[in-house]
Design a protein around this ligand. Sequence first.
Ligand SMILES: CC(C)(COP(=O)(O)OP(=O)(O)OC[C@H]1O[C@@H](n2cnc3c(N)ncnc32)[C@H](O)[C@@H]1OP(=O)(O)O)[C@@H](O)C(=O)NCCC(=O)NCCS
Length: 156
Amino acid sequence: MKVRHLRGVVAIENQTSGHPWSLRLFESELRQTNSRCFVAMAPHSVVVGFGCLLTTGFETHVTNIAVAPQFQRHGIGQQLLCRLVDESIALGLQEVTLEVRATNASASRLYERFGFVEEGVRPKYYADTGEDAIIMWLRGLLEPEVQARLASLREK
Ligand SMILES: CC(C)(COP(=O)(O)OP(=O)(O)OC[C@H]1O[C@@H](n2cnc3c(N)ncnc32)[C@H](O)[C@@H]1OP(=O)(O)O)[C@@H](O)C(=O)NCCC(=O)NCCS
């Protein structure tokens, strides 16, 4: 993700999030050395999705991922998540975590497909709706079964 992509990124964020990140927040993510953000592009430089990752040095956190509504359910979210997990491996880290709204069935389904499992709940975490956050982890990124699953997800 580069500054030139941010107009498209923010448009998707505003369409898909109940509590959208601002342009300023994305700009600051691009400046952070411990943050990695990626875009999915359609022809003619159209941004159709993005994903952001934060590393603590011990594990990585998927901090945001979204696909433009008209491009959803075409495998773009899956490819973005593959890229974020691959980046975690490239950083030498073996665990990825994220938080998902308890009612966000589509995202939860995507994460479960990768092998993320629920390990905790932050009650009433989301101020806009009072929803719980489900804390999910994908551990052992270098384990053979995790590697095999990732390989098959990259191909699809
Ligand atoms: C979650 C999100 C990024 C998924 O992106 P996507 O490109 O539509 O996902 P994919 O097409 O790669 O789907 C991969 C798998 O995830 C699951 N999935 C994705 N969307 C789903 C839906 N609406 N219902 C059920 N399962 C879904 C399915 O298992 C799907 O595989 P399948 O299509 O072969 O059944 C997208 O729905 C989105 O942007 N949502 C709004 C923002 C958001 O909630 N972000 C997550 C915050 S934690």
